[in-house]
Ligand binder design. Structure first.
Ligand code: SAM
Length: 252
């Protein structure tokens, strides 16, 4: 009788997202909770499995901590767009971080995938005209991952939600920072206004580390089920109902 052959499981090879998160993420200044990593990665996997196409963008980039993470989920040929007032700081009404284009460029050259097409748009997001937004959509969109983290007033955030909703590709995810964050009540007020004053085409499916994640109506159950399955059994998880949608809520 032969002794059973011992089969060693192949060692996990970190992908570029995981390498960024463990090595460079702690060095890039910004406001992103490190516990978000598996949830952001799961969005990338769902989008790969479902063949969801589109580009990557953010309003309110600061030094690129979160945008670079999203860029590591990109596929060849995709575009990455950063919209920020950068050094035009009199337009940063509530001082939610002081952006710096120079610092952002340095971090992108040091830590982001280099083979992508990056564009830096210096703009006050609330002042973008419909024509300017249409140009961004045509040349840089649509977006499958779009983060909203600019000026945190209720007016700016409400406007940024409308902009980002229009920028999304089918199956694309809008990620809003600082929802239900006591220091930034304008963001929460904006989401209430978004659902109270408009008829949104997107629904929330995940709340984690003060970020609220939305997707188009037809895609909600795909994302919600995948996240509910992944988070099953966790003591910090509850399925809540927000604005009529089931949301996987991870807190604290
Ligand atoms: C909280 S920081 C963003 C943090 C960033 N997402 C990260 O990964 O660390 C907010 C950013 O929004 C920018 N900002 C402020 N007001 C803005 C506006 N009206 N339009 C566009 N960007 C704005 C600031 O310059 C700053 O870079």
């Amino acid at each position: 009788m032969h002794a059973p052959t011992k089969i060693n499981a192949p060692a996990h090879q970190p992908n570029s997202f995981e390498t960024y998160w463990s090595d460079a993420f702690p060095k890039v200044e910004g406001w992103v909770d490190a516990r978000l990593a598996p949830w952001v990665q799961l969005i990338g996997s769902i989008q790969r499995d479902q063949n969801i196409r589109g580009n990557i963008g953010e309003i309110g980039v600061y030094h690129g901590k979160f945008l670079i993470a999203l860029a590591h989920l990109s596929r060849p040929g995709e575009k990455v767009t950063a919209i920020d007032v950068f050094d035009d700081q009199e337009k940063n009404l509530d001082g939610a971080g002081v952006g710096s284009l120079e610092r952002l460029r340095k971090n992108i050259s040091a830590y982001a995938p280099t083979a992508l097409d990056y564009e830096f748009i210096k703009a006050d997001s609330i002042a973008l005209t419909p024509v300017e937004k249409a140009k961004i959509m045509e040349s840089r969109g649509p977006f499958r991952l779009f983060s909203v983290d600019g000026c945190h007033t209720a007016e700016h955030t409400f406007n940024d939600l409308l902009t980002a909703q229009d920028f999304l590709s089918p199956g694309g995810v809008l990620i809003l920072d600082d929802f239900m964050q006591p220091h930034w009540p304008g963001v929460t007020e904006a989401v209430h206004n978004f659902y109270g004053r408009t008829v949104p085409r997107i629904k929330p499916f995940l709340y984690a580390c003060h970020k609220l994640f939305f997707v188009g109506y037809g895609w909600h159950s795909t994302y919600f089920k995948a996240f509910a399955e992944q988070a099953q059994g966790r003591s910090d998880m509850r399925i809540s109902s927000n604005f009529g949608s089931s949301v996987v809520t991870l807190y604290p």
